[in-house]
Design a protein around this ligand. Structure first.
Ligand code: AHR
Length: 513
């Protein structure tokens, strides 16, 4: 009886003293929507050292172990990460890319100038076969971004046939000539990228018409399976963009609408990736947390036109964006990755989990050596960033049932800025295990937390934690394992109550059995 009264007091918020206001109620017997594993997608653009000098070191490379020119250490790391899908070849690059230049004998391929990223010349030695075989090697579904800005309807239609048609067409014959008998069966297709900007500076009404034209000729032509076509979507809070696309594109031609949002303090003054102040930290986290409002408002517009939620919101570019590392090519977007980035990853994925009814695909930008990368390389060396570790800890949520949470949190206060200190999400996997992922973004104070487990008789709890002494800390090639997950044991489970203390700037994932 006494236990019940104490529980009730906590639930009503009266049991908490000063500085102990965090309380989560987990409704373990609720839940309706599944967290698509495709929220755990990544993005690999021909940009800086992502493809060339990152993923791809060339078939003849004797120094760096590779499979068909792709680094073996990266393949192993991404397989372990459970990358659900991988978007390629851009980004802005996609609307300059002509896929037929990247097939056939490598020594005969024409080169291309990468006009968006550093003006470098690429020899097209990494092309469609290389990318799709890479996806097969790591168990990820490919997500090809088609060229709308400077390509043609025929070119994109041919790419679909080349990758997906079993036999009986000029494109399937060409694929076989190039050594691939079976089609890869590519499901995800982007119809242009950022067409409001680098993809053609279009207006939404104009693009909606263009989209209809391209989508008409993107079909599996009887080779089975429906394509998942994604319309180039809004830049952050451009709600009119989503409104026009949902209004003007017939819904039987549209499986997903994209959204891009980067956590940037100021596009003209992004600041260092590692040497940042607390004010800059707070502003970056505020931009990351804005994803909640963005997906809510874009979803509300989509609900108006598509109440059955058939069309997915595809956040196919997200992450932190800072100044490039000193001394590196400004067009290569190479930045270090600190605990600040781990915070961005933790809170963003929690938002996606809680909005999984509509957000069903997402892609962190980018995978290797570019922006908020999960892997960095330097010559033969490779390291896993704090962001990698968050995604690896969180991948227990893939294809699990999202569980409703009621979250009450303290504020993290910096100057006039107030942000919710604790972010959380929860799910139940197919084996019945419940996972709760928690982030304390406050870099100065631990957060004492009580979790009320409604509808769950847990026999035991285990946990993992990612933390560092400072939010500016990162993994370097000298200290690649400075930040890595550790067991988290300081949790008390008593009947329906979990109590724990989240250290400053930490990410924790709990498993209840
Ligand atoms: O990810 C880097 C760039 O950011 C992409 O090429 C573009 O789509 C976006 O503006």
């Amino acid at each position: 009886m006494l236990k019940k009264i104490i529980l009730l007091l906590i639930v009503l918020g009266m049991g908490a003293g000063a500085g102990a206001q965090n309380r989560i109620i987990l409704n373990a017997d609720g839940g309706r929507d599944t967290i698509s594993r495709h929220i755990y997608g990544h993005f690999a653009e021909h940009l800086g050292r992502c493809i060339y000098g990152g993923f791809y070191v060339g078939e003849g490379n004797q120094q760096i172990p590779n499979q068909a020119g792709v680094r073996s250490d990266i393949l192993a790391a991404l397989k372990n990460l459970k990358v659900a899908n991988l978007r390629w070849p851009g980004g802005c690059f996609a609307d300059t890319y002509h896929w037929k230049d990247g097939i056939g004998p490598k020594d005969k391929r024409p080169s291309i100038t990468n006009v968006w990223w550093g003006g470098v010349t690429e020899d097209n030695s990494f092309g469609t076969h290389d990318f799709l075989n890479l996806c097969e090697a790591i168990g990820a579904e490919p997500y090809l971004a088609g060229n709308v800005g400077s390509g043609s309807v025929q070119e994109l239609s041919d790419w679909v046939a080349y990758t997906n048609q079993e036999t009986g067409s000029p494109m399937s014959a060409l694929r076989k000539t190039n050594g691939r008998e079976k089609p890869w069966g590519v499901n995800f297709w982007g119809v242009g990228n950022e067409v409001w900007g680098c993809g053609g500076n279009m207006k939404p009404e104009y693009y909606a018409n263009i989209y209809r034209q391209y989508a008409t000729f993107m079909s599996n032509w009887g080779s089975g399976g429906q394509l998942f076509r994604v319309a180039s979507g809004a830049n952050s809070s451009d709600y009119n963009w989503t409104e026009v696309l949902l209004r003007d594109i017939p819904h039987n031609m549209l499986e997903g609408v994209a959204l891009h949002h980067y956590s940037v303090i100021d596009w003209n003054k992004k600041g260092s990736a590692t040497a940042f102040s607390e004010e800059q930290y707070c502003k970056t986290l505020s931009e990351a947390l804005r994803m909640e409002e963005l997906v809510t408002r874009h979803s509300t517009i989509m609900d108006k036109y598509d109440p059955a939620k058939k069309i997915a919101l595809v956040v196919d570019e997200w992450g932190g964006w800072y100044d490039v590392e000193p001394g590196t090519n400004p067009g290569f977007l190479f930045q270090q990755n600190t605990m600040r980035d781990a915070m961005i990853a933790g809170v963003t994925l929690n938002i996606f989990h809680r909005h999984c009814d509509r957000v069903r695909v997402a892609n962190l930008a980018q995978t290797v050596n570019v922006l908020q990368a999960v892997v960095l390389t330097e010559g033969e060396k490779m390291l896993l960033t704090p962001t990698y570790h968050v995604l690896e800890m969180y991948n227990v949520h893939q294809d699990a049932l999202s569980l409703p949470l009621d979250i009450r949190t303290n504020d993290y206060v910096f100057g006039k800025q107030k942000l919710p200190a604790v972010s959380a999400s929860a799910s139940r996997d197919k084996a019945g295990r419940v996972h709760i992922s928690l982030v304390n973004i406050d870099p100065n104070r631990p957060q004492e937390l009580t979790v009320v487990l409604r509808g769950l008789q847990a026999a035991g709890v285990t946990g993992r934690i990612l933390q560092a002494a400072k939010v500016q800390d990162y993994n370097s090639f000298e200290q690649p394992d400075r930040i890595k997950p550790a067991d988290f044991k300081a949790i008390t489970l008593r009947a329906e109550l979990l109590t724990l203390s989240l250290p400053p700037a930490s990410v924790v994932v709990l498993e209840l059995r």
